[in-house]
Design a protein around this ligand. Structure first.
Ligand code: 5IU
Length: 252
């Protein structure tokens, strides 16, 4: 028998973090739990994708270090404007994995200056509790489990990772392919309606599966959207599938 899950409204009532609140409010306003992963390599592709999918997503997930022509003013300034116009958050998938001092430098310095524009970032928790202290002005999504074949995020690793995530005030949620405690938001990548893998270790599930069995809160879709001939139409499809799967997951 399936257990019930908390709704976005219920999570909104108990959450303390301003970024969780924004995510949940945006989800309810747009009837969307979709995060588009913008794994494109030029500023033009990034901005075009953001403009097309913007109305349908709660957040755009970036890997800002793969943009080959990155320039703060040319890349970030217009991206922030598109995010404000279409009301979505910026999630930098940096997956920090170092000691606190180095993570702080990676977060604030270099050309990307992530601290100035990201609403939330992903981080490994392998550096321990204090390594996350530097992210006090954003939300942190802790990497609890990975979607790739042969990942080392075993059940015992995930259990320890969750202890760090649950105890740190900057952490709003986790990335995982398994259920996590309800007080954290669950973000699930590895979602694709057409493929079961990519030949490079990625493993895909459907929105239906991740909402029903994992009680996920947000699906993360990359190639299913940006590789499609019509990214906007695909975003609408994933938004609709994701929302229907969420509604179904509320029923016992
Ligand atoms: N991503 C995963 N799996 C993980 C984690 C992150 O796929 O376990 I942690 C990222 C990698 C990529 C996006 O940026 O999510 C998924 O893209 P595709 O939908 O194109 O596979």
């Amino acid at each position: 028998e399936e257990e019930t899950r908390s709704s976005y409204e219920q999570k909104l009532q108990v959450t303390q973090h301003s970024v969780s609140k924004k995510l949940l409010e945006t989800a309810l306003a747009k009837k969307s739990n979709l995060i588009a992963s913008a794994d494109v390599t030029t500023t033009q592709e990034l901005l075009e994708l953001a403009e097309k999918v913007g109305p349908h997503i709660v957040a755009l997930k970036t890997h800002i270090d793969i943009i080959s022509d990155f320039e703060y003013e040319k890349t970030i300034t217009p991206l922030k404007a598109i995010a404000a116009k279409h009301q979505f958050l910026l999630m930098e998938d940096r997956k920090f994995a170092d000691i606190g001092n180095t993570q702080e430098l990676q977060f604030t310095s270099g050309v990307f200056k992530i601290t100035n524009w990201a609403d939330f970032v992903t981080s490994q928790v392998i550096g321990g509790f204090e390594s996350l202290d530097c992210f006090s002005n954003v939300g942190v999504v802790a990497i609890v489990g990975m979607s790739s074949k042969g990942t080392l995020t075993t059940a015992s690793y995930r259990e320890e990772a969750l202890k760090v995530a649950l105890s740190h005030p900057n952490v709003i949620g986790g990335v995982s392919q398994n259920k996590i405690p309800e007080e954290l938001l669950l973000f699930t990548p590895g979602v694709n309606l057409a493929d079961s893998g990519d030949g490079k270790g990625q493993q895909y599930n459907t929105p239906e599966h991740v909402f029903k069995t994992l009680h996920t809160d947000f699906i993360i879709v990359g190639r299913g959207i940006y590789k499609s001939n019509d990214p906007e139409a695909s975003a609408i499809t994933y938004k609709t599938e994701g929302w229907n799967a969420y509604i179904n997951s509320l029923e016992k």
